[in-house]
Design a protein around this ligand. Sequence first.
Ligand code: SF4
Length: 502
Amino acid sequence: MKRILFIYPPWTRNSAPPVGLSLIQGIIAEHQSRTGVVSRILDLNAIAAHRIPQIVTEDGSHKTHRSILRRNCILKYLTGASGYQSIDHYQTNMQYYKMLLTAYGRQYPIILTPGDFIDKSFNIDNPNDVSCMLDSENHPLLNPLKSDLETRIKDFCPDCIGISIIYKSQLSPALALVKYLKSHYPDIHLSMGGALLSCLPMQSLKTIKETHVSMYPGSAEEFLKEKLNITLDASTSFPAPEYSGIDFHLYFAPFRTLQMITSRGCYWANCSFCDECNETFKSDSSDHVIDTMDILARRYQARHIHFTDHAIPPSTLTKISASNMIASWSGFVRVSPKLADDSYVLSLKQSGCRMLQIGMETPDQSLLDNMNKGIKADLFPAIIKTLRNHDIRSYIYMLFGYPGQSIRSCESTLAFLEQTKPDFVNASIFRWYPNAPLSKLQSHIPGIGNSNTPANDDPGSCGISIPELRRWMSNRLQNSTIIRSIIKNTPHYYKSSHAVYF
Ligand code: SF4
């Protein structure tokens, strides 16, 4: 095997090149002199983000007509600095973009938005649906991209194609892609990998495998070992990313933004509701992180770096804060007293920090303790204030409906948000993730474990239901003037991927 083409299928947010594939290419490039293997990325998601609005036709709707008239301007704004100068202008353009996608989706019918794709006739957990999708290369998101595929395959002549699937919304186009490649390029070996595969039922994985596709659920290590005889041990640093094949002009961002990862798993790995707790934690040395940031800024002209870690490890954060970066940066961090320390936050700002994403979940300390969050609620107001004082955006994640949470506790979250006014808020409803520590325990706890009764006024009995919680969120949370203003200023559809620019 000498030439590998990695394909990132549609449909997900088009804010930056796929970070996982850039790392795999980095590893392959490091070993090229021994293996002789070269690779390229074909980001079909980025191409689709431009192609689909361009092929929308008039459908008699006034909205579609107005969006078609503006589509070239919309794409220009979304890919350049002028589109991000004011949030109102940005939201208007994103709304027009959404109307074009809605009009395209109506023809099939599928639901297509800037951030998601839903095909109601396809259930990701149903092996029969997976099997049906593997039977047809005709797919609304793949059809407009076939000429791009043909051209790239003709130019690059791969002997292996690797398809990477990270999000649910990429699965059905990826399955149609398998059918298309099998029919038109039977001599090219197909592999499939990515985080989503580890969430699929065994039967679905088996069905895909039966079409002679090599499957690599989870990390790419098995793929590299099996196909290229490259072994990564626990001490191996993340490689410098390699972007061969990427057209940087396609991404929706005001300036070149690249993603970077400094750790796998989570260094805390204890929150009871979180399904990231099972992955073995591994982090890069902080010196290596600084070197990689420098490579992204100098070799690839990144003006902004977004860390995709579940939580940037504290030692890495301190090292970055002491550095003098060319590019700005943003990412997830855990609550810590340091984030309320004026001089520390000043050093983060001086190193280029534009936005921090922080899972605070609730200001109710007893609930935080039940969640095993390991954080102190009394730090929250000072953290938000200190970040604001240094012009670092705060993107705060709050969780509603955790077992044992009362409506009174939800009200305290609302009061906290109204008093502290973070720049952006993500309010989510508790879900039972099968691999989360709480889900494993649920059978031993009386009164919880019913997916319809996440929240509870009285631990041990059935509390408020999801519909009741949704009603509270709609009547109280979303009716708050302050929350409404935060929502208005949060980028629709692209959320935290674009919030950093405002
Ligand atoms: S919620 Fe965040 S901090 Fe907690 S275990 Fe999960 S990734 Fe780590």
